[in-house]
Design a binder for this molecule. Structure first.
Ligand code: ADP
Ligand code: MG
Length: 218
């Protein structure tokens, strides 16, 4: 495991990203990268696995959103990105932010799969397909068990708020979700904290991960 320090430049335009994606970021008022973005996006663009630790409100969603979108192929209609979140509220927030980020990438379909919503419309939506799926662990595992979702095409797996998911008892569900994804995927773990027990528990999901940690808010 290696540690990555924050690069000097915080300009999105210095990253090897699609210019349309960069101008969309400017349109959203994202003029410079937050610290966790500056530290984590270059690592993601190198296709390395990542453990990113930073406080709430530091811009982690856009960090992994850019990671997913940077290699998403809209003309390949399969689930290429999967984001697992602890709660429905967070999954909705992540989906909204991903939709804003994806404005510059035509025809990207993002589907939210959470418990508390009826199963049948979700299954119908999955039959139509989605490029990015955002969901909560229990409902995702339910779809895996019913074979209504195919995660073998996932190239970017994000475990968002991983510490909260473990605290809420979702670890076994996450094991099942990880097992359903392609072994060739890139795995990104975002968390406010990364205690030793979580390090041990998640080490089998991650391949030689780069670890970045930002203490300040921005
Ligand atoms: P976290 O997941 O770390 O708690 P969020 O991803 O929810 O944080 O982001 C917090 C806020 O920061 C959001 O309102 C988001 O729109 C905003 N934000 C993210 N990146 C940037 C940026 N580069 N410049 C300005 N605002 C940003
Ligand atoms: Mg977040």
């Amino acid at each position: 495991m290696s540690t990555n320090s924050t690069p000097n430049s915080k300009r999105f335009s210095n990253l090897p990203l699609n210019p349309a994606l960069i101008s969309n970021l400017e349109g959203l008022g994202y003029l410079e990268m937050t610290e966790i973005q500056a530290a984590s996006i270059p690592v993601m663009l190198e296709q390395r696995d990542l453990i990113a630790q930073a406080k709430t409100g530091s811009g982690k969603t856009a960090a992994f959103g850019i990671g997913i979108l940077s290699k998403l192929n809209p003309s390949y209609f399969a689930t290429q990105g999967l984001v697992v979140c602890p709660t429905r509220e967070l999954a909705d927030q992540v989906s909204n932010e991903l939709r804003r980020l994806a404005r510059a990438t035509p025809n990207v379909k993002i589907l939210t799969l959470c418990g508390g919503s009826p199963m049948r419309p979700q299954i119908a939506s999955l039959e139509h397909g989605a490029h990015i799926v955002v969901g909560t662990p229990g409902r995702l595992l339910d779809h895996i068990g019913r074979n209504s979702i195919n995660l073998a095409t996932v190239q970017t797996l994000v475990l968002d708020e991983a510490d909260r998911m473990v605290d809420m008892g979702f670890f076994e569900d996450i094991v099942g979700i990880v097992a359903a994804c392609s072994p060739r995927r890139q795995t990104l773990l975002f968390s406010a904290t990364y205690p030793a027990d979580m390090r041990n528990a998640t080490s089998s999901f991650l391949r030689d991960p780069v670890e970045v940690k930002v203490e300040s808010q921005h």
